[in-house]
Structure formats: C-alpha cells, structure tokens
Design a protein around this ligand. Sequence first.
Ligand code: ASN
Ligand code: ZN
Length: 332
Amino acid sequence: YDDTHHASGTGASTYSGTVSLETTQSGSSFQLKDPVRGNQQVNNLNNGSGTGTLFTDADNKWGNGTYTDKATAGVDAAFGAAKTWDYYKNVHGRSGIKNNGVGALSKVHYGNNYVNAFWSDGCFCMTYGDGAQNRNPLTSIDVAAHEMSHGVTSATAGLIYSGESGGLNEATSDIFGSTVEFYANTSADVGDYLIGEKINIRGDGKPLRYMDKPSKDARSLDYWSTSAGSVDVHYSSGIANHFFYLLSEGSTPKTINGVAYNSPTVDGQPVTGITRAKAEKIWYRALTTKFTSSTKYAAARTGTLAAAADLYGATSAEYAAVNRAWAAVNVK
Ligand code: ASN
Ligand code: ZN
C-alpha cells in the first residue's frame, strides 16, 4: 500500500525569498514532490546529467537561500513549477502542461557552470544549469515559466522552432514567463516585463530581454520586417513581446513595480492598453485554438483578432486594440 501523504513545508529560495512548498511525507522523511499539483517533483543532478535523485529532507525546511545548500535551487524549481501550475490552472483553466493533470519533473544542478535551462518533451522534464561558477542557478521564476511554457506550446499549437513560427514560440514563452512572474509577485521578485533580470546571465546585471522595447538588448527586433524569418528565434520573438506589452499596458511611458517602461510604436501612433489580464487571455486562446505549427506573424495577427472576437466581440475595444497593437509593431 501507499504510506505517503501530503505535507506542507517551507523553503529558502535563491530568488523568491522564503516560500511555502507542498511536499510528500514518506515515513519520517519528506520528498520534494507536490501531491497537490500532479506529483511534480524536483531531482538533484548533483552537477552531472541523467535523471538524478529526488530531493529528500528530514524536517521539511528546504534550502538555505544560497548555492552552498544544493536544496536551495531545488526550492526555486519547486516554487517555479508550483506557480506555473497555479497560473495555468487558475487563469486559463489548464491542468498541467499537457492539460491532463500530470506534473512535470524538474532537474537542477545540471553539469558544471552551465548557463542555460531547457524544457524537453521526451522526458516531460525541465533541466536547469547552475550558471557561472555554479553559483547563479538559472532557476528564477520567469525562466522556469518560460521553459515550461515551451511544453505548453508543444502540446498545443506546436509552433515549429525556426523562422517566424520559432519567434512566436519564443515569444509565447517570454509572455507567460512574465505573466507567471506577475502572478507569483513575491516581495523578493516582483512582476515585470523583463526576462531573466535575476540571473545575471551576461555578468552585467542586466536582463536578458525587454518586452517594452526589445531592441534594448542590442539584438531583438522591435517591429516586423522581412528579416523576421531569418534571425535567431530569441530575437524575432521581440515583435510579439512588444505587441504583448503594448496591448497590455499601452504606449505611454509608465512605471510598474518600480521598473520604468518606454515602448515607442513604429508608426508613431499611440496604443491604448487593455490590461495584462485581458491580453494574456487573448494570447492563450490564440495559442490553443487558432495557431498551428506553421503560424507566422501575419497569421498570429488574424489568430489573436479571432481570439479577441471570441472573448470580447468583433466590435469591442479589445478587438480594436489588438489590431492597433499589431500595426504598432508593423504587422498589418
Ligand atoms: N533557454 C533556451 C530557450 O528556452 C533553451 C533553448 O535554446 N531552447 O530558448
Ligand atoms: Zn525559450
């Protein structure tokens, strides 16, 4: 018989402060496995590869807030997976990455000085590197939600990971990476339209990407042009990231949670935002019911317009704002 049961613990994370964790008790030991969320669990790769070993703990108090305790990055991964689960469930009615109630495996401490994180459909799992000097794990919540949202895209539209569809795939992960961070909104890591601002991936303390003005990273595209299909997918994503920012917040410069945003439009005409709460509904509906594996920017426009018509009506202000926000990034 099964002698395990649900327990509630706490964790000291790297990036999100002290967090609550739902865990599994087995005898006198606790497992970093969440029975409330499809039994999603976190394994320790211990700077190797493979499947790793489920984290266990004697007192259900996990990590110490720094890299000196291997469980700390495990806390970030568990928290990121929990908030991503709750976001998709409570905001979009989606039960797990495949919408089948099954939680994913997360693996931390992959390799040595590995500065990336990635989702794999094959193992239905997440892998996180420890970053520079094995001291900067890639486990911030926006990165966790970005990577797991690759699983959602794979299970829905299946956007091919090259050309314009690849840019839309990447943007979908940045969009939901950002909306999950807003959803979690811990005092240690408040919501923002930046990607990877906590993980210092380039060693300069700057974010990896900026959704209000993607070209601030010196690579990403702010607007659609004929080169959109030939640049790296992490740069062509800028067009849709910019669209999503403008649709949510509008083009007037503003400060949100202490971060100043400035989002100029290609045509110099203003965009009035409809709120992030409505924009994320439109993007999710388009992703799951309109986009296909080969969707490019022009079809993303018509797909999000169709989603807005479904949700708010074809004569709504929301529909008009979608049209306007795409025009503002040169998708017409
Ligand atoms: N972290 C990268 C990403 O999610 C991994 C990759 O290149 N697919 O885009
Ligand atoms: Zn990605």
